[in-house]
Design a protein around this ligand. Structure first.
Ligand SMILES: [Zn+2]
Length: 428
């Protein structure tokens, strides 16, 4: 039996993994200073800070042995080249933009860990049968132009030219912002990737929820990104005087919406596959203390791991709403405002991540992502996989967002092992 050379072992030496993980965390801190808000982190698409973030991150990519470029919509790329110039591409990354008053790790850590994996592959002279492309997506959060996944949708050739006319809150169009950034807006189609050249997309991301913490595990393998549907639901009855209208003669839309809110909670609680449903807004009109609400509107956000489960839940919610409206003599109006299909993560990539976890004596609980990610858009052009890192307290999109250093070391080790195992698989 030929001994496995240290260069080609899927296992990283602990100290090496620790030092590279530490560097990725230090870099998260550095990027957190590139913020357009005082006293917090906010870095939106096509801002000066986005430009600076791409510049700084590109220097780290270069130091890791990669060639770098920025594509036509502002995504940052680094490539560790295969010896075969016609090789296909394996993409690893996440996003570099943030919500207002963000934490330091959402998206960012996934990009920086990908750079460390490339740096290690370069340092340990891993021969790649594919180009290892690290991507830092330009806009996942969609905070500036009210449309999300701009960077990843451009890769999937789903950039909508109408977006160029969307204005931010200061009245600047996306077209103008792209020009100011130094991009050529009408070239956006050039950012699209040829799917025949793609092997897959891997993303490491903080979980942004409490599941891994609740099972006391550092890492999890994502099975699917939940599909979501949103609606605004209105019940209309009759406004009336709070003092003179007897209880049995009321058509109280607010009480109807309250009953519906509790019904939604119960229906989601009793669903079988981790479906979730949330009423996050309620608006009663006319909205006076001494007036029975004539019309009340609530928001609904429902999510599930697959589209059938989501449809089943929403059908139950709709029939419950119809029943409540009928019993209370109210009129029901239902407006859909958003729909995104569930995206399954690739089975083979899930197995690869699970094997890599095993190599590292690490459990690999499977879990679904309730939040959206760039992988959703990329799934249209190649197989996708995601590795989650425990989020202490389940907190994200908040300055208190955190990670445990040792979890990050484990994530880097598993990601590196996945790369080596994948290379071996392709070479066998
Ligand atoms: Zn994110």
């Amino acid at each position: 039996m030929t001994p496995v050379s240290p260069q080609h072992s899927p296992l990283l030496a602990k100290e090496l993994a620790q030092s590279h993980a530490k560097r990725s965390l230090e870099r998260c801190k550095i990027l957190s200073t590139l913020s357009q808000m005082q006293g917090g982190i906010h870095r939106e698409y096509l801002s000066k800070q986005h430009k600076e973030c791409n510049r700084v991150t590109a220097t780290w990519m270069s130091d890791a042995g990669m060639q770098t470029w920025q594509d036509e919509v502002g995504n940052l790329w680094g490539r560790l080249e295969s010896t075969d110039p016609n090789a296909k591409r394996l993409i690893i990354g996440s996003h570099l933009d943030t919500v207002p008053n963000a934490g330091a790790y959402d998206g960012i850590l996934g990009v920086l860990l990908a750079i460390e994996v490339a740096a290690l592959a370069h340092k340990l002279k891993l021969e790649l049968p594919f180009h290892l492309d690290v991507v830092g997506f330009c806009d996942e959060e969609g905070t500036r132009f009210a449309t999300t996944l701009i960077g990843s949708k451009a890769l999937a050739n789903e950039f909508d030219p109408q977006w160029l006319n969307i204005e931010d809150t200061s009245g600047v169009t996306m077209r103008q912002a792209m020009l100011d950034f130094g991009l050529t807006p009408d070239d956006f189609t050039k950012a699209a990737l040829n799917k025949n050249q793609l092997l897959g997309y891997w993303e490491t991301h903080i979980e942004q929820g409490p599941v891994l913490e609740s099972v006391n595990q550092a890492l999890g393998v994502v099975t699917a990104i939940a599909g979501a549907k949103r609606a605004m639901i209105s019940l209309t009855g009759q406004s009336g005087h709070a003092g003179t209208t007897p209880m049995n003669l009321r058509q109280d839309s607010l009480a109807g919406c309250a009953e519906l809110t509790l019904a939604i909670e119960q229906l989601a609680k009793h669903a079988k596959n981790g479906e979730v449903a949330t009423v996050g807004q309620i608006h009663a009109r006319p909205g006076a203390t001494n007036v029975i609400a004539g019309t009340t509107t609530i928001s609904l956000d429902a999510r599930a791991q697959n589209d059938q489960d989501l449809t089943k839940l929403l059908t139950a919610i709709q029939s419950s709403a119809e029943q409540i409206a009928k019993q209370r003599n109210l009129t029901l109006d239902w407006q859909w405002t958003h729909a995104a299909d569930a995206v399954a993560c690739d089975e083979k990539i899930q197995q690869l991540f699970a094997s890599a976890c095993k190599f590292n004596q690490q459990a690999s609980p499977a879990l679904a992502s309730g939040a959206g990610h760039d992988a959703m858009a990329i799934a249209a052009i190649c197989p996708v996989g995601m590795l989650f890192i425990r989020s202490p307290g389940g907190i994200s999109h908040h300055p208190a967002e955190a990670v445990i250093d040792d979890d990050v070391t484990k994530a880097l080790s598993v990601l590196y092992s996945s790369l080596v195992l994948y290379v071996k698989e392709l070479n066998s």
